[in-house]
Design a protein. Structure first.
Length: 191
């Protein structure tokens, strides 16, 4: 019986420490040290919430840069991959449909190369970034749809290309939401 009461006491003590105190302390530290990130890296435009810099959104129409395809239609719950294997007929169909849509939207030949991150969904299904190559691939379409010189859109893509994290982690990337908001802002100022 003595061991049972000790186990119950230890369970209660560690529940309070790891289930209450630790999360509370980490939340306070995060809100003080990283207030924007602790609140979800929310993006506001004209005082209205338009999204999070950490979660992809679907952008439709030719005047916007498109994010990676999403196996979960950009839903955050449940986010995740399609879990389709390399021999899956459904995966092949999805990839072929994505390729056809991109080639059609960009007026390309049926065998023209397309950046892979615009064809394959990310593991989370809500990856907010595309590669600089994927952004550059879309520049001509976006510029034509908005009536903006290609050079201006290209310069904007360069401005929103993020380098390696801390100079050595990951790959260069472009946040699609932030880039599209900057395009809208540029349009509202008359180019």
């Amino acid at each position: 019986m003595k061991l049972t009461f000790q186990a119950i006491r230890l369970t209660l003590v560690f529940t309070v420490i790891t289930g209450c105190l630790y999360p509370f302390v980490m939340t306070v530290v995060a809100r003080v040290a990283f207030p924007a990130q602790a609140e979800g890296s929310l993006v506001l435009r004209d005082g209205k919430l338009v999204g999070s810099a950490l979660i992809a959104q679907q952008f439709q129409g030719t005047k916007y840069f498109w994010p990676r395809p999403s196996a979960v239609t950009y839903a955050t719950v449940p986010s995740g991959a399609s879990n389709l294997g390399p021999t899956s007929a459904q995966l092949q169909t999805n990839v072929n449909n994505n390729l056809a849509a991109l080639r059609t939207a960009h007026h390309l030949a049926a065998d023209a190369p397309v950046p892979s991150d615009l064809v394959f969904a990310s593991a989370s299904g809500v990856d907010p970034h595309i590669s600089p190559e994927a952004a550059q691939f879309q520049i001509a379409r976006v510029a034509a749809a908005r009536g903006i010189p290609v050079e201006k859109v290209s310069t904007l893509v360069d401005q929103f290309t993020e380098p390696l994290q801390w100079g050595f982690l990951g790959e260069p990337r472009v946040n699609v939401l932030l880039l599209n908001l900057a395009l809208d802002k540029m349009d509202s100022k008359g180019g």
